[in-house]
Design a protein around this ligand. Structure first.
Ligand SMILES: [Zn+2]
Length: 244
C-alpha cells in the first residue's frame, strides 16, 4: 500500500520505517461513511481503526437505551487500541460522525506491530493517557461549564481531529448528542455564534469563520487539555533521557 498516507494519523506517524514496511501489507484502507458502526457495544474488537480524515464518535448507552457521546477520535488517535490489549470487547459504540477514510489492521497484527515498535508503543500509551485525562476533564466540563463554551470547544475539537478545513459536516442533532444537551439549546447557541460572525450554519454543516474568536468563546477545558497533551507527549522523552 504505497500511498497509504500513514503520516496523516498521529499514532502511525510514529512507526519506524522498517516496522512500517513490514506491516503495511496488512493495512486495509476503508471509507468511513456517516453512521457506520465500526465497533458495536459489547462485541469483540476485530479491527483497530486509524482515521486519516473524518471523525468517529464513541457513544455510551444506558440499559434504557439512551446514549451520550463520551469520546471523539480522528487523526489524533485510533479506535480499539485500548480493548485490543484488554478484554478485547468494545464497551461502547464506535460510530462514524464525520465521513472520511481510515486505515484498519486486524487486532492480532496490531498487537504484533505494537510489540515490534517501541515508538508506536510509546505513542499508544500517550494516547491512552490522553483519553483518560480527557474523560476526566469532560466530566468536570459537563457539570460546570455553560453550553455555549462547551459547544465552541466541541466544534474546534472536531475541526482539529477530523483533519478538515473549516467546514464540518455535522448536524445540530449530532452536536446535541456530542454535548448531551437538548437540541433546542444547541440551536439557540448556534444562532448566537452565527450572529456574532464566528460560524455559519447551513443544512447539515457548520462552517467555522473565525477560529481565533471561537477559541475565546470556548470553555477553558480546551486550554487545559492542550497543556495536558503537551506534557503527556513530551514526558516519555524526558524519562528515556533521564534513565539512559
Ligand atoms: Zn469545559
Amino acid at each position: 500500500m504505497a500511498d497509504a498516507n500513514v503520516e496523516s494519523n498521529a499514532l502511525l506517524a510514529e512507526l519506524e520505517p522498517t516496522v512500517r514496511a513490514r506491516f503495511l501489507p496488512y493495512f486495509q484502507r476503508v471509507d468511513l461513511r456517516r453512521a457506520d458502526v465500526i465497533h458495536s457495544d459489547g462485541q469483540m474488537v476485530e479491527w483497530v481503526y486509524f482515521p486519516l480524515t473524518g471523525l468517529v464518535a464513541v457513544l455510551t448507552q444506558t440499559i434504557a437505551g439512551e446514549s451520550v457521546q463520551t469520546g471523539m477520535i480522528g487523526c489524533n488517535g485510533a479506535v480499539g487500541v485500548l480493548e485490543a490489549f484488554g478484554s478485547g470487547r468494545f464497551r461502547s459504540r464506535g460510530e462514524v460522525q464525520i465521513p472520511g477514510t481510515a486505515l484498519r489492521v486486524g487486532v492480532g497484527r496490531y498487537r504484533e506491530m505494537v510489540h515490534s515498535s517501541p515508538a508506536l508503543q510509546a505513542a499508544v500509551e500517550q494516547h491512552l493517557e490522553m483519553l483518560v485525562t480527557e474523560a476526566r476533564q469532560l466530566m468536570a466540563c459537563n457539570a460546570l461549564h455553560p453550553i455555549e463554551g462547551r459547544l465552541s470547544r466541541s466544534i474546534l475539537d472536531a475541526l482539529d481531529r477530523s483533519c478538515l478545513d473549516r467546514v464540518l459536516p455535522l448536524t445540530q442533532e449530532a452536536l446535541a448528542q456530542m454535548l448531551g444537551a437538548q437540541r433546542t439549546s444547541v440551536s439557540g447557541c448556534i444562532a448566537k455564534l452565527q450572529r456574532r460572525g464566528l460560524i455559519r450554519s447551513s443544512r447539515g454543516a457548520i462552517e467555522v469563520l473565525d477560529v481565533a474568536r471561537l477559541e475565546q468563546v470556548a470553555c477553558d477545558c480546551r486550554v487545559s487539555l492542550a497543556l495536558a497533551k503537551d506534557e503527556i507527549w513530551t514526558t516519555p522523552d524526558r524519562q528515556r533521557s533521564a534513565s539512559g
